[in-house]
Design a protein around this ligand. Sequence first.
Ligand code: PLP
Length: 396
Amino acid sequence: MKKLIYLDNAATTRTSEEVVAAMLPYFTEYYGNPSSVYEFAGVSKKAVSESRRTIAETIGAKENEIYFTAGGSEADNWALKAAAEAYQDKGKHIITTKIEHHAILHTAEYLEKRGFEITYVGVDENGSVKLDELEKAIRPDTILISVMFANNEIGTVQPIREIGAIAKKHGILFHTDAVQAYGQLPIQVDEYNIDMMSASAHKLNGPKGIGFLYIRKGVKIRSFVHGGAQERKRRAGTENVPGIVGFGKAAELAVKSMAERTQKETELRDYLIDRVLKEVPYTRLNGHRTNRLPNNANFSFQFIEGESLLILLDNDGICGSSGSACTSGSLDPSHVLLAIGLPHEIAHGSLRLTLSAETTKEDIDYVVDSIRTIVERLRSMSPLYEDFLKKNARNR
Ligand SMILES: *Cc1c(COP(=O)(O)O)cnc(C)c1O
């Protein structure tokens, strides 16, 4: 295969060999259904509960507060829909933000169509949620605040401690979509007053299609999938045993390696950011300069289309992601980039690069050189850039 530099770890990560090795026996050797009564199935059952314990420990939760789901999107859907249903007697108002993942935003829209009122709180130019706006949005009928721990596009880490404190002060449930943060940042649910939290294994070198929703004891919840008695009757369906085992292993490894791994990633991330900003003119960094995910860099290059940049990077064997929602068939710029105040034309020229523990300085050097060359080439073909240069020359 040709050169591959994978810098799209916010989209998904490589499943680590150790995780795969932990999962394998649960396909062919211990394939029993955890709900069956014989000893053979007990092996599967024990594996599920060990994984649940491992994961609970990583966030300071109790085992019976972890509910396995089929990923982050399901956990987000569950948290919002179940809280809305369970607490609608108290009120029908929910607060979230303008920069959430679509798993939250589209669920919120679904609830709006069913009579709930949603307030979408804005963010500042760095992508940090405006705390004063959030607190002002609280009403007597507010039942839930849902704010992501860290943003998947621009990497900004939210003031979760402050938001948790605000929610607690007003006696409102607090959910956080921690899909990007879990495994990258230390999270303790009590410390941050988190009542519900979503996570997904494939963002931390675990398998795809397995996630969890943490639900604090005492929170009124509703079953999400009806059927058998799995997940304490809240989420029916035969457990994804290999997936759950893989998630447990991935969580264990991520927490164990966190300090060292994220320090190395932060250094490389800053090296990437510094070089790009220095060597490619008319470029900006999106998201908070320091208070961001250790592996995230997000740039806007003036006068070019992010899509063209991505295709040419792909030719060089580099996997990145753009800031427009082209995957959904539209060419609208990302709602996150618009929320931080970028004009459409600048948001369109955006590139997200997200590192992994395997990324090297050589990779970054290669990528920066490639970006510089491609951006120069695209700009040389851009009438907008030509106009800009002419105008500049006239003004001089
Ligand atoms: C990836 C992601 C999700 C969705 O998780 P899946 O497991 O892919 O369904 C939700 N929220 C955020 C912030 C994400 O990055």
